[in-house]
Write a protein that binds this ligand. Structure first.
Ligand SMILES: NC(=O)c1ccc[n+]([C@@H]2O[C@H](COP(=O)([O-])OP(=O)(O)OC[C@H]3O[C@@H](n4cnc5c(N)ncnc54)[C@H](OP(=O)(O)O)[C@@H]3O)[C@@H](O)[C@H]2O)c1
Length: 295
């Protein structure tokens, strides 16, 4: 298949949009226009993308082969209506949004104008307007689209060094909840660990780095051999005495809520450990995890 050199219109020149547009131009695609963005951010956009002409929402469909919509999630519906006031350049005109929480259907006003639509979500934090040469290096790009457009969208993901995968639109909420659990909720776990170490007298800066090393090691192991095989610690060893002392110490020094979180996470570890040949050891601590609050 001949690779399409996309002529890109970027709607929403913020962190995600500029990062992707810059990554795609580095890979040989062409950015021909932007839509939107406040006057106070013009300098930052120009620093990331150079001087690029501005067009209106209604002009976007006629201007490019690929329209990337990277506006805040709560603007997607209204921006889709604004873009749908225009006419697609051809039946190959493709509009994709980069939001993880919403599916391709949010672009239906544009699809009804005869353009192709897709949701193309990079599973990576994009904190600034340029990814740098490493691009999305290894990040999953979850793609929801018509089957006939998949190769084109996969090729865009590979152009910025991402790893494309097809996402069933009906499972999007589950996908996004998984991403939020591993990417966001993990910080609640880290926070308990950090407060416990600081309470025990370890300087905070050292505690942060040490816990990050510990957590990265555990996650790296889990990514290679799976969570069940990577498990270590008192729960998987069935060390009842240590688990009971942890619960008492957290309850006393950090508070009941943190002790309860430890108990809930430990119960989840017992469920993971059920896949191991020594599952009975972890199962032996279950009763301790049910009576965290002695009152
Ligand atoms: N950043 C990330 O880590 C990340 C990762 C993956 C996916 N995403 C997705 O990327 C999308 C954008 O997020 P972001 O973090 O890049 O937000 P952002 O930095 O706030 O950028 C949003 C951009 O949209 C512009 N905008 C607002 N209303 C608009 C409208 N009606 N028409 C045209 N442009 C408009 C904003 O302009 P002004 O701010 O100048 O007014 C800004 O340039 C979201 O769907 C988000 O879920 C973000």
């Amino acid at each position: 298949m001949t690779r399409i050199r996309e002529r890109i219109v970027l709607v929403g020149p913020g962190r995600a949009g500029c990062s992707l547009a810059r990554g795609l131009t580095r890979a040989g695609h062409e950015l021909i226009a932007t839509v939107g963005g406040s006057p106070e951010n013009r300098g930052a956009v120009a620093a990331a993308l150079g001087q690029v002409p501005a067009v209106t929402h209604a002009e976007a469909l006629a201007a490019g082969t690929l329209v990337i919509v990277a506006v805040p999630d709560d603007r997607l519906e209204s921006v889709s209506l604004d873009i749908a006031r225009g006419t697609p350049q051809s039946s190959l005109t493709l509009v994709m949004h980069v939001c993880g929480a919403k599916g391709r259907h949010v672009l239906h006003p544009i699809a009804s104008r005869g353009a192709k639509t897709a949701a193309w979500h990079p599973l990576r934090s994009l904190p600034v307007r340029d990814l740098g040469p490493a691009g999305l290096e290894g990040a999953l790009v979850a793609i929801e689209c018509e089957a006939e457009d998949l190769r084109r969208l996969e090729s865009l993901a590979r152009a910025v060094r991402g790893r494309p995968a097809s996402l069933d639109g009906g499972r999007r909420d589950t996908y996004h909840a998984g991403a939020a659990t591993a990417g966001n909720a993990i910080l609640a776990v880290f926070d308990v660990g950090l407060r416990a170490l600081v309470h025990s007298g370890i300087p905070e800066a050292l505690a942060r780095e040490a816990l990050a090393n510990l957590a990265i090691g555990a996650i790296t192991n889990a990514s290679k051999i799976g969570p069940a095989a990577a498990l270590t610690g008192p729960v998987v060893r069935g060390d009842r005495e240590t688990v009971a002392r942890h619960l008492a110490a957290l309850r006393q020094d950090l508070g009941l809520a943190d002790a309860e979180l430890y108990a809930k996470l430990s119960a989840a570890l017992v469920r993971i450990a059920a896949l191991r040949p020594d599952a009975d050891k972890a199962a032996s601590v279950v009763d301790l995890l049910k009576k965290v609050d002695p009152t």
